[in-house]
Design a protein around this ligand. Sequence first.
Ligand code: HEC
Length: 255
Amino acid sequence: MHRGKGMKFVGDSRVPAERKPNIPKDYSEYPGKTEAFWPNFLLKEWMVGAVFLIGFLCLTVAHPSPLERIADPTDTSYIPLPDWYFLFLYQLLKYSYASGPYTVVGAIIMPGLAFGALLLAPFLDRGPERRPTKRPVAVGMMLLTLAAIVFLTWESVVTHDWEAAAEQGKIRAEVEIDKNADGYKIAQANTCTTCHGENLQGGPAAPSLVGTGLSAEEVAKIAKDGQGSMPGGIFKGTDEELKKLAEFIAGLKAE
Ligand code: HEC
C-alpha cells in the first residue's frame, strides 16, 4: 500500500489516525531495494563507523590537544578563554551594555530570553504551517540569532590576542634556583623578581631569565640600560654586584 494514500493523519503530523497492527511492511513492490538487517545492513553500518573511528584516531594523533602549563589558581593575570562554541557568549560580555555594572544583562537576561524563547517556542508558535516561507516571524528570529552567533564568534576570534594567550599558557621549564646565591639576593634587592618572577621563570609582563642564552656582559647591559619594554636604571648596586648578578643570570640554564 502506498503510504499516505487513503490514510487519515492527526492534525499536520505524520501519526496515522487509526493505529495499525504491528505487521512488517510488504516491500515486494521494491525488488532489489531492500536488504536483510543482519548481517548485510549492520556490516555496512559498522564499516562506516570504523572509517570515522579510525579517522578520528588519526586526527588526535596528528593534532594532539594543545596543553598549557598547570593551572595556577593564585594567578589572577591569566585570562581564560572558553571553547569555540561559547565564544559568542564570551564576546557578548565585552560590550559596555552587557558588562561591568550590566553583567547581569549579558550573562543572564539576554541568554535567558533567547533560550527561554526557544523553550517556549512550541507554545508561542502554534500555527499548523510547516513551510519556512509561511512562518516569517519564527524563521526571521532564527536567522537573526544565527547571524548574531556567527558575528559574535567571528568578532571574538579576530579581537583576541592569540600571541599573548599562547605566552600566558606556555609550559615553562621548572628550574631549581639557588635562592641563597648572592646573585639571587642581588636580583631580589634590585626588584628584578617583581617582574621576572620569584623563580625568575617569567611573569605576565616579563620573559623568563632562565636559559636566555645571553652572556654575562649582555645581561649586565640590559640590567643597567634596559631593553625594549624593560626600563633602564633598574639596577642600583655597585659594579661588583652587577657582575655577580649578571653571571648568576647568565648561568641559569633550562634543563
Ligand atoms: C618593570 C619590570 C621589570 C623589571 C623590574 C626588570 N625587568 Fe628585565 N625585562 C622586563 C621586560 C618587559 C623585558 C622584555 C624586554 C623586551 O625585550 O621587550 C625584560 C627583559 C630582560 C632581559 C632579556 C631577556 C631575554 O631573554 O632577552 C634580561 C636579561 C633582564 N630583563 C634582566 C633583568 C634584571 C637583571 C633585572 C633586575 C636588575 C630586571 N630585568 C628587572 C621587565 C623588567
